[in-house]
Design a protein around this ligand. Structure first.
Ligand code: HEC
Length: 204
């Protein structure tokens, strides 16, 4: 965690006892910040960790739900739990964390121009023989709010994803998906395709 992050995340919770010396600490930290705030590599490392946490938690919940309640119950995990985990991690870590895709199921997950270009590039890299697990992309992007650090990591389509993203979806599952997502475009995938990507960003 960078020094700046430490101040914003933990500064709010400081006791009154500390408030007298806090400006002094702040000044020292501000002077040290340019050296220790961390460059793109440091931020990419943090982003990789957050992706692992997000993917791990979601994968576990999805597998449990598929095993215990079946596919219709598991839709709820993707529908409610996935955005919840993303929101919780975003708040806890002061990053924006989400999932996106060139063929989104939820239109809220549609990519912006930058994300769409990166997703197309991931597909191109896959066609050129690169392994999905080795792919990632990050850059610092100038926006009107300041410099944004952006990170993306593609998500491979595994066998179990085909239950809800494949070509041969059970009619009961399909009707629940169509009910919740009338504009769904996330079917017809095959194992080994890139289903989408984790997308993370953080203002400097
Ligand atoms: C039980 C059904 C189900 C299974 C199994 C499933 N998904 Fe999904 N998936 C969904 C639903 C529903 C959404 C929409 C979530 C939302 O509203 O944000 C979704 C959304 C996504 C998204 C976000 C982009 C978009 O299309 O909106 C990605 C990426 C994704 N799924 C990847 C996967 C991967 C990879 C697997 C396998 C490991 C998988 N899914 C398995 C139902 C499923």
């Amino acid at each position: 965690m960078s020094v700046i992050n430490f101040i914003t995340v933990h500064g709010r919770r400081r006791s009154r006892l500390l408030s007298g010396i806090f400006p002094v600490i702040l000044l020292c930290l501000a002077m040290a910040a340019p050296l220790s705030a961390g460059g793109p590599d440091h931020r990419a490392e943090t982003a990789r960790g957050l992706v692992k946490t997000f993917a791990g938690e979601l994968g576990m919940k999805l597998k449990t739900a598929l095993g215990e309640g079946g596919a219709v119950e598991a839709i709820r995990v993707c529908n409610v739990v996935a955005p919840d985990i993303a929101d919780r991690l975003s708040t806890e870590h002061d990053w924006h964390i989400a999932r996106t895709s060139l063929q989104p199921r939820n239109t809220d997950n549609a990519p912006d121009d930058w994300e769409a270009a990166v997703l197309r590039d991931f597909d191109e890299r896959l066609r050129n023989g690169e392994a999905i697990k080795d792919m990632e992309y990050f850059a610092e992007v100038a926006t009107e709010d300041g410099t944004l650090f952006r990170y993306m990591k593609p998500i491979p389509t595994q066998g179990l994803c085909l239950t809800c993203h494949g070509s041969d979806i059970d009619p009961v599952v399909q009707s629940e998906i169509s009910r919740l997502y009338p504009d769904d475009r996330a079917t017809g995938y095959r194992m080994g395709d890139i289903r989408g990507a984790f997308t993370l960003s953080r203002l400097h």
